[in-house]
Ligand binder design. Structure first.
Ligand code: CTP
Length: 399
């Protein structure tokens, strides 16, 4: 998605950095339009580095390209963070006296405004009226947070945390087609303890799982995230349960199964665990050689499928398969393997990708084959775009 981030001239302008980063990390293309006053608080270089795009705030350069119209058309979503009282007043009155306001008057995209100012200014009748005017025109207002302001004062007026702005803005254009659906997503990679401090782990970053959670929340779903050793900031997710080993994950999934409409497993689950975990720390001085005996872990997804049958549940189960293909094998082989896994695990969907040569891990892009009993399709793009394709296919399964 093309997101235009407008930054106006208040002390909270430096926090726009977190908002820009939040959108780019989710795979969106971000263009930043600071006002001249915003540039007194945050440098164009910072905004360019974070958005990976050139920053231009001047209405009167490249006039021949009619850039305010081009920017207005290109945007799928416009987010103003922070929005000052003066900006809100000019926008409410249609005073297009800089590049940002020209774009705002020309765009048909959804506009989200996140105000930040002192409490007195936020509660001033002029601001209250201007905010009402914007709301009545369909502009989404993210209420300022309560807290410490620039001086010694505190009250409503603080710019909310960047995660709240990012998810609030994305939900404002959500399809809402998954409203009321409870979706459990197990993301990350398990760790099997060897002794008190060591473990056997894997390279999963959990990024595809988090993109699924972001996309599902944005589409209205009630998402329970089972976070398996994920290092990223998870504060934007309302329901998170942290687990580490395959055994912990199995317990969490069993608990979630009866109340979930969908369980998605982008998790990298260890196929083996250490047979006897040392309670202390394995020590080189005590033995020069050490053998680790591994025993197979149960297949959790197959287990969920069996329990679903026993309990007569209709939970949709979605597996993810990381396949290593040779150079001569292509997407036909990936499809064959995904179909075989779908049948073997008796699940409703397999999302398969080729992870040979270190592709995919910790990347922002992905390329997958989405296979159900009735359909198969190739999805390529940012992990968020892939997540939405997977959710589209799940939506079809709800009938
Ligand atoms: N999975 C699981 N329990 C395991 C291993 C994997 O539930 N012990 C899940 C994964 O989370 C994933 C799906 O099963 O959603 C497919 O994982 P994959 O490793 O491809 O499955 P395996 O059964 O281990 O297949 P393979 O024999 O190809 O390794």
């Amino acid at each position: 998605m093309h997101i235009l981030v407008g930054v106006t001239g208040g002390i909270a302008a430096y926090k726009a950095a977190g908002v820009i980063r939040g959108f780019t990390e989710l795979g969106h293309t971000v263009k930043v339009l600071p006002t001249q006053n915003a540039l007194r608080f945050i440098g164009a270089t910072t905004l360019e580095a974070l958005s990976h795009n050139v920053v231009d705030s001047d209405l009167y350069t490249d006039v021949d390209s009619v850039k305010h119209i081009a920017l207005a058309k290109e945007a799928d979503l416009v987010v103003i963070a922070p929005a000052t009282a003066a900006f809100i007043a000019r926008y409410a009155h249609g005073i297009a006296d800089d590049l940002l306001l020209n774009v705002l008057l020309a765009t048909t995209a959804k506009v989200v405004v996140s105000p930040a100012m002192h409490t007195e200014m936020w509660q001033h009748p002029a601001t209250v009226e201007n905010i009402e005017t914007l709301r009545s025109r369909g502009v989404e207002i993210i209420e300022p947070a309560f807290g410490r302001l620039t001086g010694d004062d505190s009250g409503p007026g603080r710019l909310p945390e960047s995660e709240a702005i990012v998810s609030g803005a994305l939900s404002s254009i959500a399809k809402g087609d998954l409203t009321g659906k409870r979706i459990t997503i197990a993301a990350g990679g398990t760790r099997e303890p060897i002794d008190a401090v060591r473990y056997i782990g894997n390279r999963s970053s959990g990024k595809q799982g988090l993109a699924l959670a972001d996309a599902a929340i944005a589409r209205g779903a009630d998402v329970n995230l089972i976070a398996i050793n994920i290092e990223a900031d998870l504060s934007r997710f309302p329901k998170v349960r942290n687990v580490s080993s395959t055994a912990d994950l199995a317990t969490a999934l069993d608990e979630m199964l009866p109340t979930s409409n969908v369980i998605m497993m982008p998790a990298a689950v260890s196929d083996f665990r250490v047979a006897k975990v040392e309670s202390g720390k394995l020590n080189r001085q005590e033995s020069q050689e050490q053998e680790l005996k591994l025993v197979a872990n149960p297949d959790l997804l197959s287990g969920l499928s069996k329990t679903r049958q026993e309990l007569g549940l209709s939970t949709i189960l979605v597996g993810f398969a990381a396949e290593v293909l040779s150079e001569t094998q292509d997407s036909a082989e990936l499809l064959d393997r995904a179909k075989a896994k779908l049948a073997r695990k008796n699940v409703d969907m397999i999302v398969a990708n080729d992870v040979s040569h270190g592709a995919v891990f910790d990347q922002d892009h992905n390329s997958v084959m989405i296979v159900s009993n009735s359909d198969s399709l190739l999805s390529k793009g940012t992990k968020l775009e892939v997540a939405n394709d997977v959710l589209d296919e799940i939506f079809k399964l709800f009938g």
